[in-house]
Design a protein around this ligand. Sequence first.
Ligand code: HEM
Length: 145
Amino acid sequence: HWTAEEKAAITSVWQEVNQEQDGHDALTRLLVVYPWTQRYFSSFGNLGNATAIAGNVKVRAHGKKVLSAVGDAIAHLDNVKGTLHDLSVVHAFKLYVDPENFKRLGEVLVIVLASKLGSAFTPQVQGAWEKFVAVLVDALSQGYN
Ligand code: HEM
């Protein structure tokens, strides 16, 4: 269900991504913009304010893990659901993450990519990424049924 242009837009942006730095930026934004998401990360230590969050080494390590799973999905664009099945079940039945939060992470990820790429993040590229984020959110939400 992808056009060749969509696939190219998704994978070409992904080649520019630094999983550690951009994952950290996305997770930091999630925790600052939607502070109630901090409750899932009580084992991460000090998340007291935006500066503490931005400097938190556990947030950094975790951001990299999250983007590595996104990379896995991008490597399997024709089977995102299968690729993320087990991770979805973990979020549903072990971590009890409200799946609404997947959408929020998708939104902040698009913002991080847009601010990183500037004018290269064209409306056409954004369109492909919004579609990918919807597929990603859907795949991560499958285990909740
Ligand atoms: C753990 C990916 C969204 C909360 C993880 C892990 C991965 C991952 C790969 C490690 C699993 C393991 O070690 O077996 C993702 C992806 C997301 C996403 C790809 C969306 C694009 C979220 C959101 C939240 C969340 C939105 C909460 C607001 C957690 C928590 C852990 C976790 C609490 C365990 C952290 C720890 O104690 O080390 N996630 N995640 N995740 N995720 Fe997510």
